[in-house]
Write a protein that binds this ligand. Structure first.
Ligand SMILES: [Zn+2]
Length: 226
């Protein structure tokens, strides 16, 4: 037995060395890695809609899960009650756009900030508070850095995503396709910002949502909102 001790010691030393050398590549020492919480933010863009948003709110309520709605102001006409419901049920209403017309909003700093302000006025009329959270229509990936700077200078926290239902990309997707995308597109497993949509044609998103929530719950994720 004793002759195994040096071998075991060598293995333990090697493991310790690997942890020391590579632990920081994962952003934190491995010792706290297991304790650090895994977090997921569910985000829904382009609503509200009569046909999809209430269904999403029903599932979120059933699953006691918070979410963030990046709203399109022009979609809210006659649908303020839906936004009120989302807010009253503990979700965050955040700024996406008023018109969601890329050509117009990205034509100048002034046009972009005006679009954001108009959307935020609407949010304030529902919640009593302006939002400080913003998502660029289409994401910030290809946006002129000057425009991004202008938005940040107004005090906004700009939020993209690193996982997606791909419910605006997969043609004729069913709920199973969307679930598959949601669990396989995760780019950072410790900190997920999940993109989905609650526009009127996203009925399959509602059907996929419960399974997605239960999947990430089973993997030990905490659900948060912005
Ligand atoms: Zn959008």
């Amino acid at each position: 037995m004793n002759r195994h001790i040096p071998a075991i010691a060598a293995i333990l030393f090697s493991i310790a060395l690997v942890v020391t050398l590579f632990g920081n590549f994962f952003g934190s020492p491995l010792i706290s890695f297991a304790e650090e919480k895994k977090v997921i933010y569910l985000t829904f863009d382009d609503g509200p809609s009569d046909s999809v948003t209430p269904g999403i709110l029903d599932v979120l309520k059933e699953e006691k899960t918070p979410a963030t709605f990046f709203i399109v102001g022009s979609q809210a006409k006659g649908r303020k009650e839906i936004l009120k419901r989302a807010f009253n049920e503990g979700h965050t209403l955040a700024v996406h756009s008023y018109s969601h017309k890329y050509k117009e909003i990205y034509s100048s700093e002034t046009a972009l900030l005006k679009d954001i302000e108009t959307c935020n006025d609407l949010i304030c009329s529902v919640t009593g508070k302006y939002s400080s959270v913003y998502r660029f229509p289409g994401g910030s990936f290809n946006i002129d850095p000057q425009l991004i700077g202008a938005v940040k200078a107004e005090g906004y926290r700009c939020v993209d995503w690193n996982a997606s239902f791909r419910d605006s990309e997969i043609k004729n997707a069913n709920a199973e396709d969307l679930f598959g995308a949601a669990v396989t597109t995760v780019a950072n497993p410790k900190h997920i910002v999940m993109l989905a949509h609650d526009a009127s044609d996203k009925s399959q998103t509602v059907l996929a949502l419960k399974k997605v929530i239960r999947y990430f719950k089973s993997k030990g994720y905490e659900f948060k909102k912005f």
